[in-house]
Ligand binder design. Structure first.
Ligand code: NAD
Ligand code: AKB
Length: 306
């Protein structure tokens, strides 16, 4: 029986991944850990993932077999503290890869991001293998992290699996300091009846995905036959793509009085360097990925649940 540890469990993805894993595998088999002591149900541990020995003790004491490593400083917050973002994002990944190298755990999930792409990357249907010139510290850390994953796989046989998530849209928790956060904040404004001021311009197209698809992809790649995982850097993953204007137009069908203004800030530059849409043919071919939720369905679910 697998014993899973989700680190960064109180965050946007962790909250939902923990509850889905627990419903599939049983509560006792899925341990949550985070710096933040939020209202996550037990088994929960307060853990600083940069503390290698505390992490090791927890893994050994609990007999953990696989880790979902969700700790990171995201794109917008990372630009405010670049060295802190680099240190956290890299140190925690290497701590966990080392546990797998020593065969203390069998498998690692670590998420990458569309932030690995940069201004010279083709923007439409960005291919799996292409120019990658990220210009945020977050993107640089994800790009380096992908290469570390591949290095540990090739040199030490570490079974590490990864997805380049697009911007994730969910209603259970607030997002954690990214450039795609506007696509969640807009629903909270609409629900409160407040005009929305978008920090991205009206025509900024970005790849996005509903959280249920992202959680399913995460579990599917982790449950896939190891031989089917041909890419050990990270897989492109595609859901939907839209601009702030297109999203607003869709939300306005539900909230006819809703208004938007556009006041791009420093996050515009980050968004401008990212793809508008993603080609995920390899994920489809290798482990059978397919997204379910289109923009209309996402808008309905977000409006119903916020
Ligand atoms: P989040 O910011 O919501 O959650 C991260 C969690 O990590 C937080 O609960 C935080 O308390 C915890 N944490 C921070 N430092 C820690 C430490 N030292 N020890 C233990 N816990 C610590 O992030 P998220 O949106 O859930 O993202 C999770 C992962 O997915 C990250 O690697 C992120 O880069 C990646 N990702 C997210 C998105 C997205 O749209 N949410 C898109 C692409 C990739
Ligand atoms: C961010 O905007 O930083 C994240 C991501 C796409 O990695 N949502």
């Amino acid at each position: 029986m697998e014993k899973s540890l989700v680190i960064g469990a109180a965050g946007q993805i962790g909250t939902e991944l923990v509850s889905e894993l627990r419903s599939k595998r049983g509560i006792a088999n899925v341990i949550a850990a985070d710096l933040r002591v939020d209202n996550l149900a037990s088994p929960f541990y307060e853990l600083d993932a940069t503390n290698e020995s505390a992490l090791r003790d927890l893994v050994l004491n609990e007999g953990v077999t696989e880790i979902y490593h969700l700790v990171a400083i995201l794109s917008a917050t990372g630009e405010k503290a670049p060295k802190r973002a680099w240190e956290l994002n890299m140190k925690t990944l290497l701590n966990i890869l080392d546990l797998a190298k020593e065969r203390i755990i069998q498998r690692v999930f670590w998420p990458s991001s569309i932030a690995v792409f940069g201004p010279s990357t083709p923007k439409i249907k960005t291919p799996q293998f292409t120019v990658m010139d990220p210009n945020t510290v977050y993107g640089i850390s994800k790009s380096a992290g992908e290469l570390w994953c591949q290095y540990y796989f090739e040199n030490y046989g570490v079974d590490v699996r990864s997805i380049r998530y697009p911007g994730l849209i969910s209603w259970k928790t607030m997002p954690g300091g990214g450039t795609t956060d506007y696509a969640i904040e807009i629903f909270h404004s609409a629900r409160k009846g407040i005009d929305f001021r978008s920090f991205l311009g009206p025509d900024t197209r970005l790849p996005m995905m509903y959280m249920d698809d992202a959680v399913r992809a995460t579990i599917e790649i982790m449950e896939a036959d190891p031989d089917s995982i041909k890419i050990r850097t990270s897989y492109n993953l595609s859901g939907v793509d839209f601009t702030p204007r297109e999203l607003f137009d869709e939300i306005k069908k539900i909230y006819p009085e809703f208004n938007i203004t556009f006041k791009p800030d420093s996050r515009q530059k980050i968004a401008d360097s990212w793809p508008g849409s993603i080609d995920d043919s390899e994920a489809k071919l290798d482990w059978g990925w397919n997204h379910k939720f289109d923009t209309k369905a996402i808008v309905k679910l977000m409006s119903d649940n916020i």
